[in-house]
Design a protein. Structure first.
Length: 347
């Protein structure tokens, strides 16, 4: 157990490798109740969400979610978020635990001009439980009458799971199919126990922060504080696909449009180690013998059985196949730029 964002969090239960492999081949159960929820509602809710986030929320149907970011005027990250459209004029954002207070302050300040929209930090209303892996749907279906097969990826609905009413979302942070359940905190333990019991025949195991990190890295999902922060733009993070280029003005729009036109000076890339070594967060990257960037995430992955990572490199050295070096505690080791994601599940 470790302290994380004001929470006591499990790093591992049976072991990171065991939990990682369970999610890739069976299913793993995560308690991610530390994540925050901020809701924006009112006649101007859409206008407010459009102003503070870079993705185009007008394209969301009721019952649909997408990946987005709260952006600064410089086009950098206040946070990365999932935006849920609950009704025409009611949205929920799922934000990172360490950023809840900062995000809520930022949102409140920046929607002040939208008189008919209000933001509420509703994090204490929800526990969040995620079942991820190939067996997730079958296990979850045994506990609910909601037809889970009809929920498309990044869509959600409401219903009961193990007799507890909540929101069922087909999302996740592992690269696998799976479901995230928003339930009342008082009922979280009941739902957790029911899923583990129902999942026993399928080999479902509880999983902690360690496996969550190795899984998301194989899927090339960015981690706030490591791969993205207030110094990195959405385009530098190679996330141009979450920008609603055709929508009206939003915070950071001018900076991002200018950067798109002029090109980025650096870009987040995926890499594999060519030498026997594991690159870690904060290790320096070298091109032509000169310091050129920094590793933001890196590990030896249990499923792919490769040493992989992400790093910022000059745009001119970010093409797939490019070789560069990483300083591994005083030793220069070779790495190669490869396409992301490193792992992609068969759909």
């Amino acid at each position: 157990m470790v302290e994380f964002g004001g929470w006591d969090m499990p790093v591992e239960y049976s072991g990171i490798i065991d939990e990682h492999m369970a999610v890739r081949t069976r299913a793993g159960l995560f308690d991610v109740s530390h994540m925050g929820q901020i809701e924006i509602a009112g006649p101007d809710a859409l206008k407010a969400v459009q102003h503070i986030t870079c993705n185009d929320a007008s394209r969301l149907s009721i019952g649909q979610a997408h990946y987005s970011a709260l952006t600064t005027p410089q086009g950098t990250f206040v946070d990365d978020v999932l935006t849920y459209r609950l009704t025409d004029d009611h949205f929920m954002m799922v934000v990172n635990a360490s950023n809840i207070v900062k995000d809520f302050g930022w949102i409140t300040k920046n929607i002040e001009g939208h008189a008919d929209a209000a933001a509420v930090n509703t994090s204490s209303r929800y526990a969040l439980i995620a079942l991820q892996g190939p067996a997730a749907r079958e296990v979850m279906q045994s506990l609910t009458s909601v037809p889970l097969a009809e929920i498309k990826y990044y869509w959600f609905t409401t219903g009961e799971v193990a007799g507890v009413a909540g929101t069922i979302s087909r999302t996740g942070y592992t690269g696998e199919d799976g479901f995230e359940l928003f339930v009342p905190p008082s009922s979280a333990e009941r739902v957790w126990d029911a899923i583990l019991q129902a999942g026993k025949p399928a080999g479902v195991v509880p999983a902690g922060l360690g496996a969550r990190d190795t899984l998301r890295l194989e899927a090339a999902m960015r981690l706030y504080g490591n791969d993205i922060d207030e110094t990195t733009t959405v385009l530098e993070a190679d996330l141009g696909w979450i920008v609603g280029w055709k929508k009206d003005d939003f915070l950071g729009a001018d900076a991002l449009r200018r950067q798109k036109q002029e090109g980025v000076a650096r870009r987040l890339i995926g890499f594999e180690m060519l030498d026997r070594a594991i690159a870690r967060h904060g290790y320096d990257a070298y091109v032509g013998g000169e310091t050129a960037g920094v590793v933001t995430s890196g590990t030896q992955t249990p499923y792919l059985k490769k040493a992989i990572g992400m790093a910022y490199l000059p745009a001119g050295h970010a093409a797939d196949g490019t070789e560069f070096e990483i300083d591994d505690r005083g030793r220069r080791v070779r790495a190669q730029v490869v396409p992301m994601p490193f792992y992609k599940r068969a759909r």
